[in-house]
Design a protein around this ligand. Sequence first.
Ligand SMILES: Nc1nc2c(ncn2[C@@H]2O[C@H](COP(=O)(O)OP(=O)(O)O)[C@@H](O)[C@H]2O)c(=O)[nH]1
Ligand SMILES: [Mg+2]
Length: 166
Amino acid sequence: MKDTVLIGMSESGKTTLIQALMGQALRYNKTQVVTRHLQFIDTPGEYIERRYLYHALITTAADAEVVGLVQDVGRDTSWIPPAFSATFAKPVFGVVTKTDLARDRSDIEQARRVLANSGADPIFEVCATEHSGLEALWAYLDADEGPATGPGEPGPAADGTGEVTS
Ligand SMILES: Nc1nc2c(ncn2[C@@H]2O[C@H](COP(=O)(O)OP(=O)(O)O)[C@@H](O)[C@H]2O)c(=O)[nH]1
Ligand SMILES: [Mg+2]
């Protein structure tokens, strides 16, 4: 499971999503400061809503392996700027939250567009309250990426002798 920081506007559903991914009861809890829940790092919405706090996001993201940008359905505005993903020197994925609030597909597409314009890829669609779409996101966060040989697994020796190291 990758260390993951979630970034998005206030009330976009970041904390609820983390609770759902962790299998916890959903309980509203305003995020006032950067908070770590096991492998998840939760950030206050103010960090993206105020440009002068971007540096705090960047510093926080340094502790994560992947960055998740969150945009909820049914919002006309977004504070996630185009190409924002380039701010982070690590993979950035997107999450459309609150899909239960979509009147039709176009509401979801609107949120997807914000995330796509920011450079997030891939983009997941979830509803934390109904626990839908969480499996695909979980699988992504749990996937072993990079070289075929993950840490701790045997692999070919770096000296090219073909010997297997561990
Ligand atoms: N309808 C709906 N509401 C949700 C969902 N996820 C979160 N919410 C609600 O959205 C509000 C803000 O959620 P929260 O997780 O605190 O957002 P945060 O500020 O981004 O951490 C709360 O009232 C949640 O109950 C969802 O999937 N569907
Ligand atoms: Mg929160």
